[in-house]
Design a protein around this ligand. Sequence first.
Ligand code: AP5
Length: 230
Amino acid sequence: MTDPAAAIGERLILLLVGAVGAGKGTQADNLSRELGLPHLASGNLFRTAMADETPLGEQAREYMERGELVPDDITIRMFMDELARPIAARGAILDGFPRTVGQARALDETLASHGERIRRVIYIDVPTEELIRRVAGRWICPECGTPYHETTDPPRVPGRCDREGAVLTQRDDDRPEVVTARLGRQVPPMLEVVEHYERAGIVDRIDGTRPIEVVTDDILSRIGARAGES
Ligand code: AP5
């Protein structure tokens, strides 16, 4: 495999965009392993802050429980801190951020101030009925955040994380009424983010209904990270 980050000598910042349950977390985990880059997920950062009962977590909780987006100012501050950490020195896979055009502009400006830019935006496209089916069968590792699905992506030992061995749980915001709210409120701003980056000509639309490994291979091919590709 070629190293697309080393190839052009700048951080490889890759965005994964998609609706609730499109497979952003699943693909970000796979890409993180394949590319050796950290997976930075806004939802996981908020859930950790909530579990730790930090002021940030308490601010985020009321919005997440209603299926609403957390306000831009809180989210931008949290995510920029994460992107500035040494762990992201070679680049990062961004999952769930930016999710509004305001967040996208803040990210673009911060990167531009360091002579950097988003390399590619991967939009994982999945029809609504499939999204709802996926979220209903999703189980999560509370330790590392790895998502599983009871039929399409089960853990090796039922009910336990393959990595941590922790007992898998279901997310509070995966209740059907909250999922419906998340889809209704969060898809329109997400599509605006896709349009924002389409104007820059850096979006790849990916058919996310295919098996997980097929989707991963497609993304790797499109960013030129397969052996023999530049
Ligand atoms: P977040 O945690 O980011 O949730 P989300 O975007 O709603 O996305 P999900 O995590 O639900 O789905 P996913 O696309 O990662 O799918 P997954 O890989 O798990 O955000 C939670 C909340 O935080 C938001 O509602 C908001 O309140 C707040 N928030 C977060 N970011 C924010 C921001 N930037 N600004 C403001 N607020 C923010 O896959 C789903 C299931 O399908 C799994 O079970 C998986 O095993 C299965 N699956 C995956 N791929 C496939 C496949 N190809 N075939 C079959 N099954 C598959």
